[in-house]
Design a protein around this ligand. Structure first.
Ligand code: SF4
Length: 117
């Protein structure tokens, strides 16, 4: 009987701990997803285009290391830019304030890059 009580108590402790950990795992997973380079196009969202509009004006590139801009500093990318709206990130993309909230890739870059503080 005592073993059964202990066992039940242990189960409830484990269950409470598991429930407490779930939000942290979900947050960590979302953060990792936000950091990842996209592996597929994002359907149904307006995408920034390097060849037109603000994308062209700000010399946006989808792969930061391919820019020819002298302003580029190694290691900078959309995912570490303050204009990248990480709260709305999905599939390695997020809307960019400088691109009129069109989606940019986490691994992109443009001349308006400003590091998050
Ligand atoms: S402003 Fe920042 S997030 Fe937007 S395209 Fe330029 S580098 Fe990327």
């Amino acid at each position: 009987m005592e073993n059964s009580t202990l066992s039940r108590r242990s189960f409830f402790k484990f269950a409470a701990a598991a429930v407490a950990v779930v939000p942290f795992i979900a947050k960590a997973t979302k953060a990792l997803a936000a950091d990842a380079c996209p592996t597929a196009p994002l359907a149904g969202k307006a995408m920034a285009n390097p060849a037109e509009g603000m994308g062209k004006t700000l010399q946006y590139v989808t792969v930061a290391s391919t820019t020819k801009s002298p302003k580029f500093k190694a290691g900078s990318k959309c995912g570490s830019c303050k204009f990248y709206n990480v709260a709305k990130a999905e599939g390695g993309y997020a809307p960019c304030t400088m691109m009129g909230m069109k989606y940019v890739t986490n691994c992109g870059w443009c001349t308006s890059f400003a590091a998050k503080v």
